[in-house]
Design a protein around this ligand. Structure first.
Ligand SMILES: [Zn+2]
Length: 94
């Protein structure tokens, strides 16, 4: 337990191969593709300390922090849409 972050940490996920919990360790990217994927923040690579399984796990989850961001974006989009519609109607009425 090194760090506490709001980002989903798959280190505590079950291993897809042997179902061991908390055995996944972050793995270094082994190719350019993996580096890009990691940079984008969609996936992280993990290795199981029990069975040696290695693979990618989703690195973002719908935790509170990201959900809030999504809601704020939705709200902004809706507000913009309403304002644009309002302005367009005003222009059309003239
Ligand atoms: Zn395993």
């Amino acid at each position: 337990m090194s760090e506490i972050s709001f980002k989903r940490d798959a280190s505590f996920d079950k291993c897809p191969s042997c179902k061991a919990v908390g055995k996944l360790r972050r793995s270094r990217a082994q190719s350019v593709y993996e580096q890009v994927v990691k940079k984008l923040g969609f996936f992280n690579y993990f290795r199981c300390r029990d069975c040696g399984w290695r693979g990618s796990r989703l690195s973002f989850g719908f935790n509170k922090a990201s959900l809030k961001t999504i809601l704020i974006y939705l709200f902004l989009m809706l507000t913009t849409a309403v304002v644009v519609k309002f302005v367009l109607q005003k222009i059309a009425l003239k």
